[in-house]
Design a protein around this ligand. Structure first.
Ligand SMILES: C[S@@+](CC[C@H](N)C(=O)[O-])C[C@H]1O[C@@H](n2cnc3c(N)ncnc32)[C@H](O)[C@@H]1O
Length: 238
């Protein structure tokens, strides 16, 4: 199975997100890159600046992004959705309105929302075009979709050191604008370099173990902290 197929295989996705543990292990290591900004901050700034009345987030994970938007824009009607019951529960524990829903079958009427968020999740959906058509359906005319995803060289050095290869998904930063352009008339993209800092070898192994245990075992030992670069893009489609 290649990376793209593996990452969007529904059984593997369900296993990967059966609890919040893998996601939280990975989120914790990321910080700003050379430009001094992190993609999450760029994404949040764009979403808040959009001044939307009703936002749907698909694949909301543990809900931290939704919570952070609501902290800055408390009057937004923000609905967080995810396929994983554990993620929905975690989101609710942050005080969010959260629903269990597959991104390709959203339980909402046409044109319900004026904003949508899909952060680091479109590489997981089994049918990208079906999912994007569904997001388009629940967005009103002129509604905006905000997206974050990784480039094909994301953590490439760490993956190669561990004997693996970069993760080329179905929705890399390199192809994301073209894919979104099949459903939206205007797409903009900002590439952002980011940095993962591991305090020691064990924490780099823990990161790898959260999605590829064989690579964790194969990572050659190193002393002290290490930093690796990540490649991401934040896109806006309307
Ligand atoms: C990499 S995590 C990202 C979570 C969150 N957006 C963030 O940035 O922290 C991917 C999330 O998408 C969810 N997911 C995967 N496939 C999905 C689908 N088809 N429909 C809805 N959610 C999905 C997973 O359960 C997981 O919570």
């Amino acid at each position: 199975m290649d990376h793209a197929t593996e990452l969007s295989d529904s059984t593997r996705v369900a296993e990967q997100y059966a609890t919040t543990a893998n996601l939280l292990t990975r989120r914790g290591v990321w910080g700003p890159g050379p430009e001094g900004v992190s993609p999450v901050d760029v994404l949040r700034t764009l979403v808040v600046a959009g001044q939307h009345a009703r936002i749907i987030e698909i694949g909301c994970g543990a809900g931290q992004f939704a919570r952070s938007v609501l902290d800055e824009a408390p009057h937004t009607d923000y609905v967080a959705t995810d396929l994983s019951p554990a993620m929905v529960e975690a989101s609710r524990s942050l005080g969010l309105t959260a629903h269990l829903a597959s991104a390709d079958a959203l339980p909402f009427a046409d044109a319900t929302f004026d904003g949508a968020v899909a952060a680091w999740m479109l590489y997981h959906v089994p049918d990208l075009d079906r999912t994007l058509a569904e997001v388009r359906r629940v967005l009103c005319d002129g509604g905006t979709l905000y997206v974050a995803t990784n480039g094909s060289e994301h953590l490439g050095d760490l993956l190669r050191e561990a004997g693996g290869e970069p993760l080329v998904t179905q929705f890399t930063a390199e192809v994301a604008a073209d894919v979104l352009g099949r459903h939206f008339s205007t797409v903009s993209r900002r590439d952002i370099e980011t940095r993962a800092t591991f305090a020691d070898h064990a924490s780099a192994q823990a990161y790898l173990a959260s999605f590829a245990p064989h690579l964790a075992d194969a990572l050659p030992p190193f002393e002290g902290p290490r930093t690796y670069s990540g490649r991401t893009a934040v896109l806006t489609a309307r």
